[in-house]
Design a protein around this ligand. Sequence first.
Ligand code: FBP
Length: 549
Amino acid sequence: MKKSVLQQARATYQPKLPVALTGCVKVVEGEPTQSVADQEEIKALFPNTYGLPVIKFEKDAVSRQYEPFNVGVILSGGQAPGGHNVISGLFDGIKKINSECRLYGFLMGPGGFVNHDYMELTAEIIDDYRNTGGFDIIGSGRTKLENKEQFDKGLEILRKLNIKALVIIGGDDSNTNAAVLAEYYKKIDAGVQVIGCPKTIDGDLKNEVIETSFGFDTATKVYSELVGNIQRDCNSAKKYWHFIKLMGRSASHIALECALQTQPNICIVSEEVEAKRMTLNDVVDYIAGIVAARAAKGNNFGTVLIPEGLIEFIPAMKSLIAQLNDELSDKKKSQFDGIAREDLRAAIAKVLTPENAATYNSLPEKVALQLSLDRDPHGNVQVSLIETEKLLSELVDRRLAEMKKAGKYDGKFSAQHHFFGYEGRCADPSNFDADYCYALGFNAASLVNAGLTGYMSSVRNLTAEAAQWTAGGIPITMMMNMEVRNGENKPVIQKALVELDGAPFLHFAKNREEWAMNTCYMYPGPIQYFGPSAVCDQPSKTLALEQSK
Ligand code: FBP
């Protein structure tokens, strides 16, 4: 594989490990655990893996010999920087336990496990991918591992390859499925362990016991560099308002972290919009108000950060989308047969409730049509396709025109639009993610060696130096509660949304007025891999604020 100069230099980086993982590992069992809610239901669904203790690893004074074993690994869902280091850490971890251990990678996500597509990951292959971004070493996919047929089919290949444990690197859904698989294999006495690793740039797989998901740190550093660059351009030309949408399917952690790093004029936080029951008009008024106030001071420029998931957090939009999904479902959509495209919007508006019709009618033509026509394979409106950054700037433009007429605004408004998402998902991991991911993988090897199943690899105390990080395992059932998904009550890992009483949001809320009116832009610059620790090894602001007591 041909490598860039930076890649060649980066390949020699040796990720740091917590002291606990640097020798032979002693397993320390904590107290039995409970799920975060719905204890009786979760216990009944996971009779074999519920209530397990938290595991902490300590460095053992004595060294021991262990039998060799084989491990399988799957990358599941969206890419996140550091996945290759989880795999290289896992490889080094099992080889350290016994050099005869072998690692198999299932190709293109859980689908490769079910379809028996795999490759052995040798030292030569692993060395090519150390400290690199992407999931291309074995590929990833979004097949959901959720039924018995898939579990049984997977077991055939695990048996054939004599695999003792499967490590699933994924987000909240994939780890939920890892717990279900662990329970099933335990129930049928398959003799296969299942271990999860917390991945997602979205940052929404975190809780009391998992401090952050990997990839969030790097992705937000990449986006913050880009936002900073835009802000410098914006402050140089002083003629554009930049509307910047940031990835994150649901929670606003990415947008909030970028705001903390770059101090934009406006950042919308979906969780706040929902909590305050704001309408789309309220959001537009809020932005237009700041645009007008800045214009009054001669500043016809600025930046607005918008989380990708915003639309679904606006109660009125949520209700409109739910009704559109129903009225345009396979069962009912024939009511619009034969209606010309130009008349469709009016016809749809007629069947909506007055509130939903008002929201629908207030939308720009393009967005209303997108909501009416585009459907995903399940027949639902494709909310992620809505260009929220354009929707908001168009509505703000309209509102400013009204304000101008009323003599409440006298400025110029010219908008630019951006969407940052895929740009950050495969960046070379920051030192933080390179170290964290390597430690998560290395730690997973010890969880396997300890014979554990249904655990998530856990590395904590992450704002301290890597040597002081703690390592161990958390029973996945401990993070679960019951939620309605696709109309069914299911056990799932709780998704972490932005907490409005949490330190990161409070810090933002305390400063946002000042950032709105005065131009306080920060320019974080590109991720640094070499140089002083203060420049290279900083964790995210979210993590630092959450942990500053
Ligand atoms: P995961 O939750 O699987 O990590 O993926 C998160 C994410 O990157 C979201 O931020 C984004 O909305 C989505 O994936 C995009 O998915 P796709 O890669 O299928 O386009």
